[in-house]
Design a protein around this ligand. Structure first.
Ligand code: NAD
Length: 462
């Protein structure tokens, strides 16, 4: 099949590369010239495990091409995938900061390009995460700007990949959702995903669109629930890890339930998708305080963590801090809405003089993000940071270590070596560890003499 993905970010690029791997002729388009130039030169502008190999292989075979020209992408394809961003719009109602509609400007622009350049019947697939009823707007927009009478069909095929595991998820998806209110496109879409016949869910376009937001909403609810339980555990002596284990043993909840307590969810999806879902309820005149609470818990979870740091460390101006994990999760370079970055910014605002930072893939994206912030808070964030190339470098000669994202690399750190590195061998120098994600074994850490705090896992501290 001839396929184009318009928007070549985490979703468009990975999806396009996978389709080419399955033997289709794919063009990935993007308005970002430097991104496309890099791709043409064999560089991959984002980090995703396995993506470079996939792209290299299919670019060399000629099945995967890149362009900045949406006309070329539209004309090439029988199936056009819209994969542009749908970020949260700035606050639209002053009385409720949590009402944030999804910004559909980019989707609208692509719909107009499709209308302009369509030259034969095509299937237009929305893969971006969008509010329910967006498909109808895409269809109307294309019809409004169409100059020739050419049939087209709008399908919703939401993407569920997880950053850091995007290639794996696309090769082994939990489900493939195909939503359309006309029958014509189903056969082609089924053929495209013929590798997973049992995982295809066919439905109308509204259910497909809402299903995606509903799934992210549910995951966010689970995380915020785990986080309020963690706060209760801190007060009562219960251990949130054990509490989650007990819950997961219930077959109606299940072992993979998203009940990991920590410093909250971040990334380019959950925060804006929960806000968009909350906004849809509001626009439909329905109450959804549940979703608002989820966002409030998430927003205050970093504050809660910072309070714990303040309580234990007391003065910050005389201490060196180290933060491990800057991306919003492991194995990605994406720092959008990253909780680690929030912690980092808060430490700077509190007057921490020097912060060593480490992330395997996100040092550059962090630097860029903080550069974009400029002097917003009256100082240059980057001047306070020491970017470290290894965990060891970040952990040596430092007073306070903060773990802000989950990572197997951090789990491998040996408590004895860590203590020695942090204190520079002066074993009577105090070392604080604050885990925003459960990483270490508390008993081992306490044995090594650390002052140790792990969210929702209270125990006797030194
Ligand atoms: N990132 C994820 O993990 C993930 C997972 C599932 C769904 N989604 C959804 O998929 C969509 C895309 O997410 P992403 O993370 O890939 O975004 P992204 O920001 O990484 O990529 C979007 C790309 O679209 C390009 N673009 C914008 N307007 C364009 C236009 N008119 N023509 C061509 N290109 C254009 C941008 O330059 C950018 O490179 C969003 O709706 C998101 O919610 C994302």
């Amino acid at each position: 099949m001839k396929i184009s993905t318009i928007g070549s970010g985490y979703v468009g690029l990975v999806t396009g590369a996978i389709f080419s791997e399955w033997g289709h002729e794919v063009i990935c388009a993007d308005v970002n010239e430097s991104k496309i130039e890099k791709l043409k030169q064999g560089e991959v502008p984002i980090f995703e495990p396995g993506l470079k190999e996939l792209i290299d292989r299919n670019r060399t075979s000629g099945r995967l091409k890149f362009t900045t020209d949406n006309k070329e992408a539209v004309e090439h394809a029988d199936i056009i995938f819209i994969c542009v961003g749908t970020p949260a719009e700035e606050r639209i109602k002053s009385h409720d900061q949590y009402l944030k509609r999804a910004n559909l400007t980019y989707v609208g622009k692509v719909a107009r390009d499709i209308a302009m350049y369509i030259d034969r019947p095509k299937i237009v697939v929305d893969k971006s995460t969008v509010p329910v009823k967006t498909g109808e707007h895409v269809e109307k927009t294309i019809k409004r700007y169409l100059s020739k009478d050419i049939p087209f069909w709008v399908v919703s095929n939401p993407e569920f990949l997880r950053e850091g595991q995007a290639v794996k998820d696309c090769l082994d998806p939990d489900r493939i959702v195909i939503g359309c209110n006309q029958q014509e496109p189903f056969k082609t879409m089924r053929e495209l995903y013929s590798r997973f016949p049992e995982r295809i869910i066919e439905t109308n376009i509204w259910s497909a669109e809402l299903g995606k937001l509903a799934a992210n909403g549910f995951l966010a609810i689970s995380i915020s629930y785990a986080n309020i339980l963690a706060r209760l555990c801190d007060k009562t002596g219960a251990d949130v890890g054990q509490v989650a284990k007990i819950m997961k043993a219930d077959r109606r909840i299940g072992p993979k339930a998203f009940l990991n307590a920590g410093i909250g969810y971040g990334g380019s999806c959950f925060p804006k998708d929960v806000a968009a879902l909350y906004n849809i309820f509001s626009e439909e005149g329905l109450d959804s305080q549940l979703l608002k609470e989820v966002m409030i818990v998430n927003d205050t979870q970093v504050e809660y963590f910072i309070e714990k740091i303040k309580e234990e460390v007391w003065t910050v101006g005389d201490k060196t801090f180290s933060v491990l994990g800057l991306a919003f999760k492991d194995d990605t370079d994406d720092v959008r809405e990253s909780r680690g970055l929030e912690v980092l910014k808060e430490l700077c605002r509190m007057g921490a003089p020097k912060i060593k930072v480490y992330d395997k893939h996100a040092l550059e994206t962090t630097r860029e993000e903080l550069e974009r912030m400029g002097m917003k808070d009256g100082f240059d964030y980057n001047e306070k940071l020491l970017y470290c190339d290894t965990v060891n470098e970040a952990c040596s000669d430092t007073d306070v270590l903060i773990v802000a994202s989950e990572s197997n690399e951090f789990k491998e750190i040996k408590p004895y070596h860590l203590r020695k590195a942090m204190t520079n061998g002066e074993m009577n120098r105090p070392s604080w560890i604050f885990e925003g994600r459960h990483t270490f074994n508390p008993t081992e850490m306490l044995k090594e003499g650390f002052i140790f705090y792990s969210i929702g896992r209270p125990f006797e501290r030194k």
